[in-house]
Ligand binder design. Structure first.
Ligand SMILES: Cc1cc2nc3c(=O)[nH]c(=O)nc-3n(C[C@H](O)[C@H](O)[C@H](O)COP(=O)(O)OP(=O)(O)OC[C@H]3O[C@@H](n4cnc5c(N)ncnc54)[C@H](O)[C@@H]3O)c2cc1C
Length: 349
């Protein structure tokens, strides 16, 4: 008997498991290593000001206040280092943009997230920034592959990880419990990313998967910030940088393409001035949703089935805060807010 079975050990399953374990719950996580896992390839950026129009991201204050405390605690729990608190630098492309950000830096809504507005080139030896640029605070990246690996190790040590496919045809549902291959639990929680669409109980949810591709490059240039305009360039170890990413709603296979490579290289060459070499290319599928908000909560017909999914392009910033809400719900200490509650889609069933 366990309290919860979690299906999927990407970022969502790993972070939800950590929250439930911290509350004293017993969990058993199923993860099929043969299936794709977008967390193992993600850029891992957390960025409070996003999009082409560069606006403050949805729920920026609660999400970012939570994550800056949470990831260091998770690093301790998992005895691993994966949080990299590095400013993101966005070069301006016009004097108008510089003026706009000069104004915004005095705006109380934005000042918490701005480290500096550079009115002249600050990283001109590395990128094209003749009009200056915006240096963001409370930003950086999480090495999501390392986090998932450290979580797998920790769950294995607790005998809480089964590395195999979770087959819903073997699931038996009762009013207040579920059982799977002789293991009974209060609920099965699906954290299965875009594979949810092929699954029997939650296949109806309005996920809108988006393929994304990245280039891994090598450079001798010592980079101290994440350059981000058109593409992001995340400096990792030994001169390796992650450059991404593309968005494709139509081709949803998981193979790298020449087309994406050319798009990324084109944007990279517009941004950076330093020489680099392409090492390899990665592709994955983001579990995005039509309304760009995650989906949490109970199945409309079965009390012992739940979902924790739909983290789309922003899993790193969304998952910790909403894992906390989900855990509050499961320990009867709080509820899930309406905007993310799967109830909003019950009319689709
Ligand atoms: C190119 C790219 C770049 C990205 N960059 C960023 C970024 O910079 N910042 C950011 O925040 N996010 C980024 N993302 C998005 C991020 O990857 C996702 O938000 C997040 O990883 C989703 O995590 P997840 O756990 O929901 O899904 P996944 O990581 O896909 O995990 C799902 C898991 O479920 C398992 N599974 C599914 N079905 C079963 C089954 N039946 N039995 C057993 N196991 C099963 C799979 O094996 C997998 O391990 C990026 C994504 C891509 C593709």
């Amino acid at each position: 008997m366990v309290d919860y079975i979690i299906v999927g050990q990407g970022l969502a399953g790993s972070i939800l498991a950590d929250h439930l374990l911290s509350e004293g719950c017993k969990v058993l996580v199923y993860d099929d290593p043969l299936l794709s896992n977008s967390s193992k390839i993600a850029g891992g950026l957390y960025n409070p000001v996003t999009g082409r129009k560069m606006v403050k991201t949805w729920k920026a204050e609660p999400l970012f206040n939570y994550l800056v405390d949470y990831y260091p605690k998770l690093e301790q729990n998992l005895s691993a280092k994966f949080l990299h608190d590095i400013p993101i630098y966005r070069p301006f492309i016009s004097a108008e943009e510089l003026n706009e950000w000069m104004g915004k830096s005095a705006d109380i809504d934005y000042s918490q997230f701005i480290k500096e507005v550079h009115s002249a080139s600050a990283y001109g030896d590395q990128v094209n920034d003749d009009f200056g640029g915006l240096l963001l605070d409370q930003s950086g990246y999480v090495d999501t592959a390392k986090l998932v690996e450290a979580s797998a190790q920790s769950l294995s040590e607790k005998n809480s990880l089964v590395k195999e496919y979770f087959d819903t045809t073997q699931l038996k549902l009762a009013e207040e419990s579920a059982s799977y291959k002789n293991i009974t639990c209060k609920a099965v929680i699906f954290c299965n990313g875009h594979k949810a669409l092929q699954e029997e109980y939650f296949g109806w949810i309005p996920l809108r998967p988006v393929k994304g591709e990245l280039l891994m490059i090598k450079t001798e240039e010592p980079l101290k910030v994440i350059h981000n305009r058109g593409v992001f360039v995340i400096p990792q170890e030994n001169g390796i940088c992650k450059v991404g990413s593309t968005y494709d709603h139509n081709n949803l296979d998981e193979n790298p393409t020449l087309e994406a490579k050319n798009v990324l290289m084109g944007k990279l060459n517009e941004l950076v001035k330093f020489p680099y070499r392409i090492e390899y290319q990665l592709a994955g599928i983001r579990p995005a949703t039509k309304d760009r908000k995650p989906m949490l909560g109970f199945h409309p017909k079965h009390n012992s089935l739940m979902i924790f999914n739909g983290f789309g392009t922003k899993g790193v910033s969304l998952i910790p805060y909403f894992a906390y809400q989900m855990t509050q719900l499961l320990t009867n200490s709080g509820s899930i807010e309406h905007d993310v509650n799967i109830e909003r889609f019950f009319s689709l069933t």
